[in-house]
Ligand binder design. Structure first.
Ligand SMILES: Nc1nc2c(ncn2[C@@H]2O[C@H](COP(=O)(O)OP(=O)(O)OP(=O)(O)O)[C@@H](O)[C@H]2O)c(=O)[nH]1
Ligand SMILES: [Mg+2]
Length: 156
């Protein structure tokens, strides 16, 4: 009787373990897939940006003045760099996203400051340690919808 009971318990445990194993195998396959996708995206990113821009940006006539001012104020070099800005409402994760893309933790030296209260106060450029991305600058921009940056003017 005792043996039959033990056999039953062992049987149930074996079945449980086998189900868990299948789950782990499924998750491992998913992770591998995500890893491959991530690497492919990163390769595409690097391939696209590794050479400097072929030409300077084309500025529509009516924006020439404002672009010239922005270039001067931000020391913006559109001939040698791809300049990418992250804009959006405050507290929506712009700075966190920049840190993630650059592969550094929030709070690490050189990371964009991250926080729950209006955090980024001035436009700040960030570069990549990877020499293949030496022609890319990403700009962390203050968020909209605050007293200092009201949403209407911000998006304009
Ligand atoms: N749950 C969750 N929280 C996030 C995510 N990304 C960022 N956060 C948190 O959201 C808060 C604001 O993140 P920031 O990256 O500073 O947001 P921001 O858009 O740069 O904010 P401003 O500089 O004020 O414009 C922080 O507490 C982050 O930890 C996310 O994907 N999910
Ligand atoms: Mg920010």
């Amino acid at each position: 009787m005792k043996n039959a009971h033990t056999d039953q318990v062992v049987g149930l445990l074996t079945q449980h373990l086998s189900q868990r194993n299948e789950e782990v195998e499924r998750l491992t396959a998913d992770l591998k897939h995500l890893h491959t996708e991530f690497n492919n995206s990163k390769d595409n990113f690097v391939t696209y940006f590794k050479e400097k821009p072929k030409s300077d940006i084309e500025v529509p006539k009516h924006l020439k003045k404002i672009i010239e001012k922005a270039k001067k104020d931000l020391n913006l070099d559109t001939k040698n760099f791809y300049n990418i800005a992250f804009v959006g409402h405050t507290n929506t994760g712009k700075s966190s996203l920049i840190n993630a893309i650059r592969g550094i933790d929030d709070g690490e030296k050189g990371a964009a400051p991250v926080g729950d209260v209006e955090c980024t106060m001035v436009i700040e450029p960030y570069t990549f340690a990877d020499p293949q991305l030496k022609h890319v600058k990403i700009y962390d921009v203050p968020g909209a919808g605050t007293i200092s940056h009201d949403a209407l003017n911000y998006y304009r």
